[in-house]
Design a protein around this ligand. Sequence first.
Ligand SMILES: O=C(O)CCC(=O)C(=O)O
Length: 276
Amino acid sequence: MATKLSAEEVLRYQQDGVVAPITVIPPAVAKELRRRLESVEKCFPQQIGPEKRNNAHYVLTCLDEIVHHEEILDAVECLIGPDIILTNTVLFIKEPNSLHHVTYHQDATYMGLEPQDGLTAWIALTESTRENGCVRVIQGSHLLDIQQHIDTFGEDNILTRGQQIEDIDEEHALDIELEPGQMSLHHARTIHGSHPNKTADRRIGIALQSFAHPSTRQVHGEDYALLVRGSDGYGNFIKGPRPKAEIDLANVEFRNKVNARLSEILYAGAEKQREY
Ligand SMILES: O=C(O)CCC(=O)C(=O)O
């Protein structure tokens, strides 16, 4: 039984729908992971970029290492139990002094996963602060049903549909500030968003979403996942390969297939579709 989270942290997650900061990767290792990520980004822009941000862990070992990181999984195990799947990853990079932002939303709205009790681990590879647009959450909102979301497709809104819950009282939003190598865990129904990066450095986070129990189902039909810990006695998801090289081009086709399916799920019923 994993004990990465204290009983008090587990209770906080259950009551608030979020727990942070949790230190999982030493700062020097986080710095090196950032260097490796940015080096691949530079050499293979067709594989990593604003429109190529989903499920890069299938082709990059630096992200595969994060996805399988024991300390991260130990914390997730405290909330989900010893059998864990991971459906997707998203690189949320906000460029320096950019207008990129995320409107308030609940992850579970468009993911098609039932039950809606999966969680997101948001890992900081740079510091994530109020100034550079850290994630902000409405504590306790995971206890609500799914709220009405409006698709805005806002130009600088880096969510797929630019989906938005209106009339959020920002006074009650909590800034989740993290150091490189720290993470937050938020429930799939927790309302959250983030403001622009007003600093001279990038804000780099990777969202592992969603971690879930293997009994979880995809209501839109076929879907993909990795079994990251324990066993899967259900077989509800097609299992993916792990990269064998810093960038493993042999997995590109598989990643493209997963992302095409993800788009069908995330944009189901939408009036238009973006490239990510
Ligand atoms: O990175 C951000 O600012 C938003 C992240 C987010 O929406 C998520 O992890 O679900």
